[in-house]
Design a protein around this ligand. Structure first.
Ligand code: FAD
Length: 465
């Protein structure tokens, strides 16, 4: 790398938060550099959102091909070439990460390879295989993301005990996979392998799956995933993994009963923690909270002038789209614009089948905040297009304030929920009412009509139940 670089803005980390922040800063006329130690595109493009969706889409297609007879299509002898599926995934990742490099170049962002560390508030030391250098910047955005959390006593061994990263890169389909943790990553990757023929057991310590989702919606997902063959065991606390050559025996307990389950691979997906180690934050006085997340205000400013933080490294939803928007806000604040992040209508999606999607408050949260609620529900069974696709499992729930009719939250489990949720996101973003959704004309026959019906149901007048 260049030994001494001087810019207006230096961004540490080229994940979705960092690369978007860099592009926006450059658009605003700021001389910008981004420093990346491992892979442009970060976790999301290389070992997260994108590769997992490539495998989810491929495995879903296989599951559909196997049931094509429902639609009068005979397919004999369909089988999986897992190596080819992995090559497809790698090709998608390559195309997108090359695209991000191109975008940075087109916007005139200087791309530096190396590991950055604060020397002082406006000065970074950068180390790379080619040597060391210094980057001086009036403003520095920390966008270093997160890393997989390990279970004490059960380290990843990149063979039998794997993180999500390892689980995305398996060379062969495991016969038996144990997933520890029924959050979205565990259930998405569990779904991939289950669809491809692996026996999947999911051990979840809590009495429910997807703790961040609305409880009723998550309960429907649990039922449907179990029906698909995922063996999800709740209240199951894993205690040890005993490696036995190329396999393992996983010990766990349910209340006072001890049990074991055998596995060829064990995926530990119990969450992620902010990547701050080695950054030298203490030395310059950047504060972190008790879980290690960097503390920022709504303009992404830390307490140290000229130092900003965005994405998974701060205590906001660990999602790529959140990181990207935080990156835009940080860049705009640096350029002197009045920008602030707003977190009330952030969508969250789980890409199992059916998908789960949500925005805003769930019922428990809304009640805790003292709202009296009106709730409208509508099942996809009553939707013509869902029936045409033979994809009728799931439903939509619209939660509104009983006093004002304002939409407080929308939750959905069903086909294409991840796409559909955005009409609710936009409605909430504009401070919409349930009546706004209910009185909007929706094209027929589309899955989106289920959202209109759920909004009508808020007022007790759905048309198709
Ligand atoms: P990251 O993407 O983690 O990028 C941080 C970058 O900083 C990395 O490239 C890292 O190498 C670099 N870096 C770290 N330290 C330094 C340093 N000192 N010097 C230089 N570079 C450094 N989110 C969604 O919204 N939708 C999904 O469907 C989804 N699926 C996921 C599936 C999986 C399996 C996983 C693991 C995550 C998924 N996520 C998803 C979460 C998403 O990947 C993250 O929220 C997102 O990547 C966060 O972006 P970021 O820019 O903050 O950090």
């Amino acid at each position: 790398m260049n030994t001494d670089v001087q810019v207006d803005v230096a961004v540490i980390g080229a994940g979705p938060g960092g690369y978007v922040a860099a592009i926006r800063a450059a658009q605003l006329g700021l001389r910008t550099a981004v420093i990346e130690k491992e892979f442009v595109g970060g976790t999301c493009l290389n070992v997260g959102c994108i590769p997992s969706k490539a495998l989810l889409d491929a495995s879903y297609l296989f599951s559909q091909i196997k049931r094509a007879a429902v639609f009068g299509i005979q397919v004999d002898g369909a089988s999986v070439d897992f190596a080819a599926m992995q090559r497809h995934k790698a090709k998608v990742v390559r195309a997108l990460t090359t695209g991000v490099r191109g975008l940075l170049k087109r916007h005139g962002v200087e791309q530096l390879t190396g590991t950055a560390r604060f020397n002082a508030a406006g000065v970074l030391d950068v180390e790379s295989a080619d040597g060391a250098g210094v980057v001086r910047a009036d403003n520095i955005i920390v966008a270093t993301g997160s890393v997989e959390a390990e279970l004490p006593g059960v380290p990843f061994d990149d063979n039998v005990v794997v993180s999500s990263r390892g689980a995305l890169e398996l060379e062969r389909l495991p016969g038996r996979l144990v997933v520890v943790g029924a959050g979205y990553i565990g259930l998405e990757l569990g779904s991939v392998y289950s669809r491809l023929g692996t026996e999947v057991v999911v051990l979840e310590m809590m009495d429910r799956v997807l703790p961040e989702m609305d409880a009723e919606i998550a309960a429907t997902a649990l039922e449907l995933l179990r029906k698909q063959g995922l063996d999800i065991r709740l209240g199951a606390r894993m205690s040890a993994v005993q490696a036995e050559g190329d396999a393992a025996r996983v010990h766990y307990s349910v209340e006072d009963d001890e049990a074991t389950v055998e596995a060829d691979r064990v995926l530990i997906s119990i969450g992620r923690r902010p990547a701050t180690s080695g950054l030298g934050l203490d030395a310059i006085g950047v504060e972190t909270d008790d879980r290690g997340f960097i503390m920022v205000d709504h303009g992404m400013r830390t307490g140290v002038p000229g130092v900003y933080a965005i994405g998974d490294v701060i205590a906001t939803p660990m999602l790529a789209h959140v990181a990207m928007d935080e990156g835009v806000v940080a860049a705009e604040c640096i350029a002197g614009r009045a920008a602030a992040m707003e977190y009330d209508s952030i969508p969250a999606v789980v890409f199992t089948h059916p998908e789960l999607a949500s925005v805003g408050l769930n019922e428990d949260e809304a009640e805790l905040r003292g709202y009296s609620l009106k709730v409208g529900r509508f099942p996809f069974r009553g939707n013509g297009r869902a029936r045409a696709r033979d994809d009728m499992e799931g439903w939509v729930k619209v939660i509104a304030d009983a006093d004002t009719d304002a939409i407080l939250g929308v939750h959905c489990v069903g086909p294409e929920a991840g796409h559909l949720i955005h009409e609710a996101v936009v409605a909430m973003g504009y401070g919409g009412y349930a009546e706004d959704l209910a009185s909007t004309v929706h094209a027929h026959p589309t899955l989106s009509e289920a959202f209109k019906e759920a909004a009508l149901a808020v007022d007790g007048r759905p048309l198709h139940v």
